[in-house]
Design a protein around this ligand. Sequence first.
Ligand SMILES: [Zn+2]
Length: 112
Amino acid sequence: MAARVVKNDTVVVLTGRDKGKEGTVTKVLIADNRVVVENINTRIRHVKARQPGQPAGRIEFFAPVAISNVAVVCQSCKRGVKVSFKLLADGTKVRACRKCGDVIEKKVVKDG
Ligand SMILES: [Zn+2]
């Protein structure tokens, strides 16, 4: 199946602690159906310095969230929308907003 969410997308969180928050996708974990989103699902890892000069203490990181818990933000609708796929006249497959039909990103959608 083609990816509905790709890196650098702006997404909105639909459920959980960060519900309603928006962020940029920094990583897509296809096998896990999860994405890492900037400033979403912040966790704190407590680490000890194993070597001198290594950071120690509380390290913030962003834990992956399920793709089904986020929605891509349509720049026309200004809200999280469902994504459909559209085939352009030249055969390019693109993602489109299911609400307004606008192309979300003029980028070829890779299957797989
Ligand atoms: Zn739209």
